[in-house]
Design a protein around this ligand. Structure first.
Ligand SMILES: *Cc1c(COP(=O)(O)O)cnc(C)c1O
Length: 384
């Protein structure tokens, strides 16, 4: 039987050569030549004013929390439907994540619910472009301006995506990228903080370098480097930047392959989805997404679980996704739900399933997955 893994990290021809080159350079700590190359490519891709490679997206989010000077009791509005790092980074600073519900169509933070969640303690709105489909950035930007809040994009899914022609990651004061092996561009564990504000950028460099002005020292702007702020060690080794450089150079190819698979699923499953009461992703006008993931919304938890078991029996690995943060043990301890709770998130957590999507999938794999999906009839909750 064929097996189709949910994810397999893609490797172009360049990564191994670049990593070898980094090793031979004899300089594998952070901020070496490959870090400069990868950073330049990342800035090109995102249009960000400043970009700093980090050890993960989680760490980039932690940097954003440090840069916002969050104090205990400050509040940060975050979606409940996201990875825990989106909330954890702020809870680590003693801030309270206030969990808002998502829109039923895109599963992005519902911009209509944000205003009601704002209090005197609110300091920031953090958005996640789920599946790389943009949040309503125009409305969210206006809300942030009106209430004097920072806007942060958790752009882990959105590299290469855009909203009204403008790259995701360029809307927030800051944006966090992930290069974890499950993301479109990967180096195992890695990330970046994009900074679109010059003042924040100067401090971001310090926070990332253990709270020192080492960056300025290396540029000859100060004659010694000292401890000048709080911070930590968020620099990835140049070995990882070497792998990333190869990945960025292959970005066009990675995206071509992923987009083909996404479209094949979307077209190939349209009829089946309609006949079975299954939802497919919605991509609003003005959103170009980078085919980060393809999901289906089964009618309920039972049919979703039966569907996952059916695909597993066909060798197709199809996992569910985020479980709500607002009612997770740490979500209850450190955060609270926004007014109205998060019913859409709870539904999505039960009903959503993701299909295999990675740049290494061949046409036959994709056809096999589509056939396996179509064998499943929802109404009886079993195979035809
Ligand atoms: C993957 C992911 C993260 C965490 O990324 P790491 O690089 O593993 O820290 C955070 N937020 C979202 C939305 C993600 O998908």
């Amino acid at each position: 039987m064929r097996t189709v893994p949910f994810n397999r990290p893609y490797l172009s021809e360049r990564e191994l050569d670049y990593v070898a080159e980094a090793v031979h350079n004899g300089r594998t700590c952070g901020d070496g030549p490959f870090t400069r190359r990868a950073t330049a490519l990342l800035r090109e891709l995102t249009g960000a004013r400043h970009a700093l490679l980090t050890t993960s997206c989680t760490h980039a989010l932690e940097m954003s929390a440090l840069l916002l000077d969050l104090r205990p009791g400050d509040e940060v509005i975050v979606p409940s439907f996201t990875f825990m790092s989106t909330a954890n980074a702020y809870a680590l600073r003693g801030a309270v994540p206030v969990f808002a519900d998502c829109r039923p169509d895109t599963l992005n933070l519902d911009e209509r619910l944000v205003e009601e969640a704002v209090t005197e303690r609110t300091r920031a709105i953090v958005v996640v472009h789920y599946a790389g489909v943009a949040c309503a950035m125009e409305e969210l930007g206006k809300l942030a301006d009106r209430y004097g809040l920072a806007l942060v994009e958790d752009n882990a899914h959105g590299l290469g995506g855009s909203y009204q022609g403008r790259p995701l990651g360029s809307f927030g004061d800051m944006a966090a990228q992930s290069f974890h092996e499950t993301k479109n561009v990967q180096c195992g564990e890695g990330g970046a903080l994009l900074v679109n504000d010059d003042e924040l950028a100067a401090r971001a460099e310090i926070v990332r370098e253990k709270g020192t002005d080492r960056g300025r020292f290396f540029r000859g702007q100060v004659d010694k480097y000292r401890w000048v702020d709080i911070g930590s060690s968020y620099l990835p080794s140049d070995l990882l930047a070497a792998q990333l450089t190869g990945q960025f150079e292959a970005f066009g190819e990675i995206q071509r392959r992923r987009t083909e698979t996404w479209r094949a699923y979307h077209e190939g499953l349209a009829g089946w989805a309609a006949a079975n009461g299954v939802g497919r992703p919605t991509v609003p006008d003005g959103c170009e997404h980078p085919a980060h993931l393809y999901y289906l919304m089964l009618p309920d938890l039972d049919s979703r679980q039966a569907f996952i078991a059916h695909l597993a029996a066909r060798g197709v690995q199809a996992p569910f996704h985020y479980q709500p943060l607002h009612d997770a043990p740490a979500g209850i301890r450190y955060g609270r739900p926004a007014p109205g709770g998060c019913p859409v998130t709870e539904q999505a957590a039960d009903r959503l399933v993701r299909l295999p999507l990675h740049a290494g999938l061949g046409e036959e794999d994709v056809a096999y997955v589509i056939d396996a999906v179509r064998e499943f009839a929802v109404r009886e909750g079993e195979v035809r």
